[in-house]
Write a protein that binds this ligand. Structure first.
Ligand code: HEM
Length: 391
């Protein structure tokens, strides 16, 4: 997609599309505009608040179950609800907690790599990049790892709805069933956790904050689903994209493996060059101008994180991989109020997973010359990455 994004950044950086029903969507591609939109509180998530009261109520009542679930996610809320939800979840997501997880992540990566050593060929996405984040998130939430296949199915359906603007009736029914199953699953787990608290994220989220505020049951269940989804759907792609980039660029790989202290900056460079979340959006709560563009109240503004992350006005030689790039103010985790809560965890997982992978398996090559990317405007990652071990 990068050729098209570059072309848009150069010639149509603030591109406006007007839909048949009169709704307007912008598509922004420069680093300056994208970071402006992400940081400015006039761009919001809760577009329904911009509708007249009666239309808003009617709209909410008609809302399919899957979108009712999304509406409880902090990801789709604005202040004050967003501030409150994020504050209550943040206290359970401390850097100390992430640091203490490192030995567990290492053990999970080691047990994922062990069976691969015996194989001549394997799919790096299904057999390595997928099992690690899902096992980490399952442990954090205190859910049995045996349920990981279930999570994969659920997550795929949720990803579909993050991507879709017009879902068919059939897709909505499927989405509703998944929302229902996931909520039941976490309500049951919550019941168990209330009676026997453990040292896990769910028990931490159950506790009240210093002002005595706490998440309601519905909020807690929705938050667990968000974390399960956000916590692995993207990290799988980060690991797979990085393996792909390293196999494609043997010099870069050699440099990284000979200088392991650069892993932290290398991971940020992989995030920049192949951003796992390529696109997000906001709605304008007020009319405003950005340079020559008049944004009207209610306009949708899509911002391309992927295009911003390769903007030459921000990054020297943006299409090249520079493992030591510093500063590297990429927007792969967004910016502003919704900046990814899981960024330190995702970075730790990628660093450990990549180091273990290349330490344990060296003579690797891609089986296919061309890789097949996920069919998604939002998520970027290979569907599969078949690799062969040279003997
Ligand atoms: C939000 C990317 C991993 C939890 C976001 C956003 C982005 C993002 C771009 C903001 C979206 C927006 O502003 O519209 C990523 C990437 C990851 C990753 C690229 C991995 C490579 C994780 C992990 C977790 C997580 C591991 C949790 C365990 C969240 C949550 C939010 C979020 C809860 C919502 C924050 C809010 O609305 O305030 N992520 N994420 N993410 N992410 Fe991540």
């Amino acid at each position: 997609p990068y050729g098209t994004l570059e072309e848009m950044r150069l010639h149509r950086p603030r591109y406006l599309q007007t839909h048949e029903n009169g709704a307007r969507s912008w598509f922004f591609t420069t680093y300056e505009d994208v970071s402006f939109v992400l940081k400015d509180a006039r761009f919001i998530k809760e577009w329904r608040t911009l509708l007249p009261e009666d239309e808003r109520l009617a709209n909410e009542q008609r809302e399919p179950a899957i979108f009712q679930l999304f509406q409880k996610w902090m990801l789709f809320r604005d202040p004050p609800a967003h501030t409150r939800l994020r504050g209550l979840v943040n206290k359970a997501f401390t850097p100390r907690m992430i640091e203490s997880l490192r030995p567990r992540i290492e053990a999970i990566a080691q047990s994922a790599v062990a069976p691969l050593r015996e194989k001549d060929r394997f799919d790096c996405v299904a057999e390595y990049a997928f099992p690690i984040p899902v096992a980490v998130i399952a442990e954090m939430l205190g859910v049995p790892t045996e349920d990981r296949e279930l999570f994969r199915e659920w997550s795929k359906v949720l990803a579909l709805f993050i991507d879709l603007s017009d879902a068919s009736e059939e897709e909505l029914v499927r989405g509703g069933a998944v929302a229902h199953d996931m909520m039941n699953y976490f309500y049951d787990l919550l019941k168990t956790r209330r009676s026997v608290p453990r040292d896990d994220l769910m028990s931490a989220m159950l506790a009240a904050d210093e002002r005595g505020d706490r998440l309601s049951e519905a909020e807690l269940v929705a938050t667990c689903i968000l974390i399960l989804f956000a916590g692995h759907e993207t990290t799988v792609n980060l690991i797979s994209n990085a393996v792909y980039l390293l196999l494609k660029n043997p010099d870069v790989r050699q440099d990284l493996l000979q200088n392991k202290m650069i892993f932290p900056t290398a991971v940020d460079e992989f995030l920049r060059v192949e951003s796992p979340v390529q696109l997000t959006s906001r709605f304008a709560a007020k009319e405003l101008w950005i340079k020559d563009a008049q944004i009207l109240r209610g306009d949708e503004v899509n911002v391309s994180l992927a295009a911003a992350n390769r903007d030459p006005a921000q990054f020297d030689n943006p299409d090249a991989i520079d493992l030591r790039r510093s500063p590297n103010r990429h927007l792969a985790f967004a910016s502003g109020a919704h900046f990814c809560i899981g960024a330190p965890l995702a970075r730790a997982e990628a660093e450990i997973a990549l180091r273990v992978f290349f330490e344990e398996l060296n003579e690797l090559e891609c089986v296919n010359k061309k890789i097949c990317w996920r069919d998604s405007a939002v998520f970027r990652g290979p569907r599969a990455l078949p690799l062969a071990i040279r003997r």
